[in-house]
Ligand binder design. Sequence first.
Ligand code: ASP
Length: 607
Amino acid sequence: MREPRPNRYRTGWAGDQRAEGVGRELRVAGWVHRRRDHGGLIFIDLRDRTGLLQLVFRPEENPEAHAVAHTLRSEDVISAVGQLVRREEGTVNPGLPTGEVELNVRAVEKLADAETPPFPVDEDGQLDEMLRLRHRYLDLRRERMRRNIELRHEIVAAIRSRLDPLGFLEIETPFLTRSTPEGARDFLVPSRLEPGSFFALPQSPQLFKQLLMVGGLERYYQIVRCFRDEDARADRLPEFTQLDIEMSFVEEDDVLEVAEAVTQAMLAAGGVSIELPLERVPYDEAMLRYGSDRPDRRIGMEIHDLGEVFAGSGFRVFADALASGKAVRGFAARGELTRRRFDELTEQARRLGAGGLVWAVVEEGGWRSPVAKFLSPQEMEAAARAVGAERGDAILIVADTPATTARVLGQLRLELAPAAVEGHDVFWVVDFPMLEWNEDEGRWDALHHPFTAPVGDLDSDPGTWRSRAYDIVWNGNEIGGGSIRINMPEVQERVFDALGIPPEEARERFGFLLDAFRYGAPPHGGIAFGIDRIVALCAGEDSIRDVIAFPKLASGFDPLTGAPAPVDEPQLRELGLRLAAAPGARARGEEAPAPQHPEETGTAERR
Ligand code: ASP
């Protein structure tokens, strides 16, 4: 870091001192990281953001400074001045960048006292996350957190320096706005000046960025907070940060090229190098081969369609499934699995909605399977060949609807994945269906969002429409997604209609967008990346909370400030609000609650 402007607290950074500077007069400021009393000598590791520097206090040379040092405690804030000297032979610390030098302190000033912190700041151990979040300002002093925050900054800086030369303008869009449909619940903010009316916090800047394109600004980006009031889910936070991008007069190739360049820049800042262009995998292929639209392809164990292998099978389960238009698919699980494990996997397949799971282990000259007697050696051999199973491997097969088969096998594949896989795999998933059937509500939902351009005959069954959407996947995580948008009012209305949104409601909610489209909207498209996830993956952190300075728990609770919290009666009255129920103890922030969800303490799944 550039040298600070010399002032009464410091003339240089602690962590930047090297042997070249030996002999210089130096003043440093920061926190007492650790103190060691060695009989006469006192050593203090002083910490600032740049790192640690050892301070030495010699009782004979500087009795006054030594006396102060004697009273210093961990995390006290000090400023010390002296001469930078080379450490004595045998006391050099090669593990520390400043390990060859130390500051021979002439005078020290205590700037602030510290109470004993509730957890050690100078160690990297497993700590209770509640405790860490409640004292986040102390947690941020820990090296691991400091590194994560620095990394986040570097990734964000890389985004800006990659996009600026491409002509992108960084533009802010409102936080107090109307509902933007990304499929989640809105956070609402009551209006005081118009009691009974509410702002919604944006689930994304989707509509505004489209309006910026109608506004002729051509290329927009924003590193922006988005708000989604979803039920607690591991590693989904109510507020999160996106890199949001939109461009005019573009097709898929244009957006993907920019998105790839910025992905490469972000990952490079995070120490991961990738080659461009990225592969594009059609959605159907991803679902068939991996049972997921964001597969981790590194774990292998590809799923194969076994319809041909079992066509005309004597095994009723397969024969009946195929006869009724269902799918029979399977994959090879490497390594030995116990009978108990097969039972667990079968149970899991059932829980995920499949009728059952067929398994068979390839053995010397035969098969071990509960259904071995129903399957002919020819078909088992053909199945083994199709999935690439070798002796000792197991073949896992599900016969069900294509969607259930994909979902169940996709999950089992992840379940059986090795704990650690090497390398990086970044690619696109393209050619999504436009809509998906919402079983519970009995209607179509947009798979991406309702502003995505559909492909196909709009007079045909909406279930057959495809969309011009694309997702980017990194090691089994969806790190971004976007689409070419609708720019014709008629098409937008047709999509609202397919989604079961009546014209009056569409007008009420999105009238401003439909109006804008009547004044000449350019063809446009864009994408948004999940910054928190990308930084977490670069940092090797399992939880996105570890790369956010002040995160909330998945439940939305903030242990630091105690938010959300009740407000007093006059404030409610001013807003024209009356509570239907008394606020809960938890919201009152009386006691930070014991973690209620496993994700609040544990680390979230990586994939
Ligand atoms: N608004 C979308 C999202 O938040 C991204 C996009 O379509 O550009 O997922």
